[in-house]
Design a protein around this ligand. Structure first.
Ligand SMILES: C[S@@+](CC[C@H](N)C(=O)[O-])C[C@H]1O[C@@H](n2cnc3c(N)ncnc32)[C@H](O)[C@@H]1O
Length: 346
């Protein structure tokens, strides 16, 4: 179990929100620990992942039927379409043999599986399979000069590891979604902290999910609508991010709030702690990890009247997680994490 799963256990949480869920891996960790989870993000690929891993109850699907749909998709003959043209010929994200298959499978999903109950599972399966044969270092801002080793493998869709339990996906802007969310035991948030945009970093997933075949530009064949203000997040804007972040913290209705902190952030830890107090939490601890081991508490536990010992201006090179709530709960969580020597990431 990773630290976030351990925190959920120490918080005795039964319900959780993962705002800015991205890959949904944290939401998956919560759900695997028995929590009912709401996962939310503005990215359409994240919504599909959340529909597959968080909304789908593994106990309620017919795995044999899903497997036979995946077998069917795997044997489709490839053909040259949008992916082959832009991501294999104009750019070199995939080898053409795999681009042809991706085109054929995605087109088939669009034509004949769009209203299938397993659509999100099948599309997730395609995303994961494509991810395994791409020629990048993980993001889509660039492809490797020389083909990656894995790019030479043949793409193969597999049934994703579904998780039993309840959950929900909400596609939308955090700053709009947050107010409508129910009160939960545990609220986790991991927003972007700087100018790096997920919309462009993962543009191929966005396109594969939307299947809107947009015009592209640049060496990485990014979506032309990356330039449009509608696709820009307030969390990637230096001037607007701190206030938006504070607002989301204040509106998160929960017993325990957990915030991942990035040391390349535009916001100082002390400002986040202040927003947490303003949200009404009694105590906050900033847990610090180095080399994936818990090494202590940056600002310790302070109640609203306590001295605010900040780390302003200090360059941190660590993984940090804020934990906020009632003092006894924050202490219990900190003790549990300290006692386990567990990893900060799931
Ligand atoms: C640091 S990542 C989260 C990573 C995630 N915890 C994971 O494990 O994959 C930030 C996420 O915020 C999302 N995002 C950016 N701006 C947003 C906004 N205004 N509303 C909702 N989500 C946003 C991005 O799409 C991205 O998935």
């Amino acid at each position: 179990m990773g630290v976030l799963g351990a925190i959920a256990t120490a918080a005795e949480a039964k319900t959780a929100v993962d705002l800015f869920t991205g890959t949904t891996r944290v939401a998956q960790e919560f759900k695997s620990n028995g929590l009912e989870v709401i996962a939310s993000d503005v990215a359409t690929y994240s919504d599909i992942l959340a529909k597959c891993y968080i909304e789908t109850d593994a106990n309620e699907v017919d795995l044999i039927e899903i497997k036979s749909k995946i077998d069917y998709l795997n044997q489709l003959p490839g053909f040259r379409g949008y992916v082959t043209e832009h991501f294999c010929e104009d750019a070199r994200f995939f080898q053409p043999k795999n681009g042809l298959k991706i085109d054929a499978i995605r087109e088939e999903l669009e034509k004949n599986f769009k209203s299938d109950k397993d659509f999100s599972i099948l599309l997730t399966s395609l995303m994961l399979a494509a991810d395994k044969v791409d020629s990048t270092t993980g993001q889509h801002m660039a492809y490797l000069k020389k083909w990656s080793h894995r790019a030479g493998n043949d793409i193969e869709l597999k049934v994703p590891d579904l998780i039993p339990g309840k959950g929900k996906s909400i596609l939308g802007l955090a700053e709009e979604v947050v107010a409508g969310l129910p009160a939960v035991d545990l609220f986790y948030m991991d927003p972007p902290y700087n100018q790096h945009r997920y919309f462009t970093n993962y543009h191929i997933w966005e396109t594969l999910v939307r299947w809107d075949k947009p015009p592209v530009y640049g060496i990485a064949m990014k979506r032309l609508d990356s330039r449009s203000p509608q696709t820009h997040s307030v969390f990637n804007k230096r001037k607007l991010m701190p206030a938006a972040f504070k607002d989301v913290i204040i509106k998160a209705k929960c017993e325990t709030l957990v915030v991942s902190y990035n040391d390349e952030s535009w916001v100082e830890p002390i400002d986040i702690a202040e927003a947490i107090f303003e949200a009404g939490h009694e105590s906050v601890a900033l847990l610090e990890f180095d080399y994936k081991r818990y090494i202590g508490s940056q600002i310790g536990i302070y109640n609203k009247a306590g001295t605010k010992v900040g780390v302003k201006g200090k360059r941190l090179n660590k993984e940090l997680i804020f934990v906020a709530g009632d003092t006894s709960r924050v202490e219990a969580i900190e003790a549990m994490v300290a006692g386990r020597g567990i990893e900060p990431r799931t």
